[in-house]
Design a protein around this ligand. Structure first.
Ligand SMILES: [Zn+2]
Ligand SMILES: [Zn+2]
Length: 368
């Protein structure tokens, strides 16, 4: 059962003083959109039907990124995979779900601990106090660690500490901007940033109530749902949600329609984990970000990771500096990957390849 504690109460239970949480290094940010980018052109989510009673809620671009959700109907109620960066976003998905069924949300599953995948848990917990929140064991641990990476309860404090600076920067940018369209976008982004800060301050983090060590099969009335922890990849606790009958898998950020984010990841093991995932019989992927993908996208995404690792290993063995590698490898892999990894406003090839090179160098070559 999910209890509605305030974030300060949760931190206190974890033995962490809010003041002890260090502020956010901009380098840690996983998903930033250009300050002047258009972020309010569409509804927050588009619900796409993938099969009988199975949907993908595909997130539109917002100043503070939202992940996609998978929505699975059962005879007893609804199961939702991932809950975005804020309760207002999960409430928006819930409203759309209610257009299909009046049954309650009985289970939330978080694919990993990153902020943009679980900070909306509380809105589902509030509508059904008996609801379960399921994650891998590692993800549950990460939720309370101050240094796990870009997510968890202590990370909420970091965001709260960081937002006033971001808001001041947006205000300054608005004053400087002469292009009317960009100014309008900046004003929308400022409004979104201010609302986000208010939501963060009021957050009542709803944490996992049940964990998965390696595999768990949920035999929900009328449906089989398998949860698989297949190894380390995007994080040390990625969970894959697999519907064998409908041949759908929800992958969180371990397999996305953007460039991967490697800062909390394990590049070489990630390649192996995706190969384990490939053995499951599925045809559609609900990725953590971007659009629904066919199974073939797995080989493309994994190919990028393994080509990147090979390129960084070779270049550093040849004595290249990090800056040289970032330029050279970015250009070298572009013909194969730039177009396919730049379909959306966020997470595009050129935005991330330099940081990806740096992370592979750090984690694979230096083993730091
Ligand atoms: Zn994400
Ligand atoms: Zn993530």
């Amino acid at each position: 059962m999910a209890t509605q504690w305030t974030r300060r109460q949760v931190l206190a239970q974890m033995g962490i003083a809010a003041a002890a949480v260090h502020t956010l290094d901009p380098h840690e940010l996983c998903c930033t959109v250009a300050a002047h980018a258009q972020t309010a052109d569409k509804d927050l989510f588009e619900l796409k039907k993938l099969g009988d009673g199975v949907y993908a809620a595909i997130a539109a671009t917002r100043y503070k990124v939202n992940c996609n959700a998978a929505v699975i109907m059962t005879d007893d109620g609804v199961i939702v995979v991932d809950t975005h960066s804020k309760p207002s976003a999960s409430r928006a998905v819930y409203q759309q779900i209610q257009g299909i069924t009046q049954k309650p949300v009985i289970k939330v599953i978080n694919t990993h601990f990153h902020w943009d995948h679980w900070q909306g848990n509380e809105s589902y917990a509030a509508q059904n106090p008996k609801m379960e929140i399921i994650t891998s064991e590692k993800t549950k641990e990460n939720m309370s660690k101050p240094d796990a990476g870009v997510g968890g309860v202590p990370y909420i404090e970091k965001q709260i500490a960081n937002m006033p600076g971001e808001i001041d920067k947006l205000k300054a940018d608005i004053l400087k901007e002469t292009d009317a369209a960009k100014k309008k976008n900046l004003e929308s982004n400022l409004q979104q940033a201010e609302t986000f800060l208010q939501e963060l301050k009021q957050m009542k983090p709803a944490l996992p109530t049940r964990t998965v060590a390696t595999t768990l099969t949920l035999k929900e009335a009328g449906r089989e749902i398998q949860l698989h922890a297949l190894g380390r990849g995007h994080t040390n606790g990625d969970l894959y949600i697999y519907l064998p009958k409908e041949k759908v898998v929800a992958t969180g950020d371990a397999l996305i329609d953007w460039m991967p984010f490697l800062n909390d990841g394990y590049p070489e093991e990630w390649v192996q984990t995706l190969t384990a995932l490939e053995k499951l019989d599925f045809t559609q992927i609900v990725p953590g970000h971007g659009d629904v993908q066919p199974k073939g996208h797995l080989a493309f995404f994994r190919g990028y990771l393994s080509d990147l690792i090979d390129a960084v290993k070779k270049a550093s063995a040849g004595g290249a500096t990090l800056a040289e590698m970032q330029t050279k490898i970015g250009d070298q892999l572009a013909p194969k990957y730039e177009a396919g990894m730049s379909k959306h406003t966020l997470g595009r090839y050129r935005d991330r390849v330099g940081q990806n090179v740096e992370m592979v160098h750090k984690k694979v070559v230096l083993k730091a």
